[in-house]
Design a protein around this ligand. Structure first.
Ligand code: HXC
Ligand code: NAP
Length: 298
């Protein structure tokens, strides 16, 4: 991200302590950088400890401040509790970004129950476990808090060929709306961001296998003729996270160049794929999953 394109004054997030799940890569790392640059202490979670450590070192090298990398698998409620106990031993969090996710394109008839669970256990269950544990602590300690969940525009219209993700993200959209009401009187806010295409290695390897992340693909259906730029997403995340917009809660905001209105913003175009194209995509996706798994166990 070009940090000079952040819209906000230095020090805006001084005193904030923000957890970004999946903060070692992609959009999570970009948002972590923006929060850090504006004065927050940031904690980043993911399953690959080395990836997190490299990200934390890189961000602190650029901006100073404090980024704490912690290997934590959000599918495991007990691991979440242990890591939150460790965080809380030096002070409470003030914000959470539910960003960690898993996804891949597949014809739904080719999915097994384990394939469905691989996505739903991260996105739907894991994000809820993290939110619940942190929310209970805030309520117990009478603290305000701000939660942002990173969703997709598919929460409004579904997405063929990524059905476990579409179902899980829609569940988090319901969580956002429900808890904004239920926990509003505690001063805990819930908002969500539905990004359009912001090319990242993790998403592109599994959703557009074989296509470059340089922005040259998937723009033709976008009214603005381009993919998103990271500082645009980060400015929205900072705005929603910052103290100062305390009355804004229960909202899911799309940032997609109006792609969702123009073309549905989902994977309906894959209906034209042949059996051979699906087999090739599956092989490429599984090879990427394998590489990441090796880093988790390294
Ligand atoms: C069908 C597949 C498959 C594929 C895996 N599976 N890939 N089925 N088509 N392409 C099945 C496997 O066969 C297996 O079922 C089951 O899924 C579990 O596979 P594992 O590889 O063992 O899973 P695991 O190691 O737990 O990995 C989880 C993962 C992986 C979700 C599959 O991709 C991951 O860890 N991803 C994290 C990062 C990520 O996905 N980032 C993208 C986020 S982008 P069987 O029954 O065979 O055992 C995003 C939205 C972006 O969310 C929107 C862009 C516009
Ligand atoms: P990404 O780089 O693959 O990010 C996913 C992150 O989640 C990784 O850092 C991964 O780290 C982490 N993660 C996965 N499973 C986890 C688990 N069980 N426990 C803890 N962390 C876990 O992809 P991205 O594109 O940046 O996606 C980030 C978010 O943006 C996702 O919610 C995605 O749905 C959303 N989104 C992205 C786009 C886009 O265009 N890029 C569009 C719409 C929405 P480990 O593998 O090390 O655990």
């Amino acid at each position: 991200m070009d940090a000079s394109k952040l819209m906000f004054r230095d020090g805006l997030l001084q005193g904030e302590r923000i957890l970004v799940t999946g903060g070692g890569t992609g959009l999570g790392k970009e948002m972590a950088e923006a929060f850090l640059k504006l004065g927050a202490e940031v904690i980043i979670w993911g399953r690959r400890g080395e990836v997190l450590k490299e990200a934390a070192d890189e961000l602190m090298g650029k901006h100073g401040g404090k980024v704490v990398p912690m290997a934590c698998d959000i599918r495991a409620a007990e691991a979440i509790k242990e890591n939150l106990d460790e965080i809380w031993s030096t002070g409470a969090l003030t914000g959470l970004v539910n960003n960690a996710a898993g996804n891949f394109i597949s014809r739904t008839q080719d999915l097994s129950p384990r394939g469905f669970d691989a996505i739903a256990n991260i996105v739907f269950r894991g994000s809820f476990y993290v939110t619940l544990d942190i929310g209970k602590r805030w309520i117990e300690e009478k603290r305000k808090g701000s939660v942002i969940s990173i969703l997709t525009t598919w929460v409004w219209n579904g997405s063929p060929f990524t059905v476990p993700s579409a179902m899980s993200k829609a569940g988090l959209n319901a969580m956002t709306q429900s808890l904004a009401v239920e926990w509003g009187h505690y001063g805990i806010r819930f908002n969500a961001i539905a990004p359009g295409p912001f090319p990242t290695k993790g998403a592109w390897e599994r959703l557009s296998p074989g296509q470059s992340t340089d922005g040259s693909t998937r723009q033709t259906t976008n009214p603005m003729g381009r993919v998103g730029e990271m500082h645009e997403l980060c400015n929205l995340a900072v705005f929603l996270m910052a103290p100062g917009c305390d009355y804004l809660t229960g909202q899911t905001i799309a940032i997609d160049g109006a792609m969702y209105q123009a073309s549905g913003g989902n994977f309906s175009g894959l209906a034209a794929w042949s059996d051979e194209q699906w087999a090739a995509a599956r092989d490429m996706i599984k090879a990427s999953n394998e590489k990441d798994r090796a880093q988790r166990t390294a």
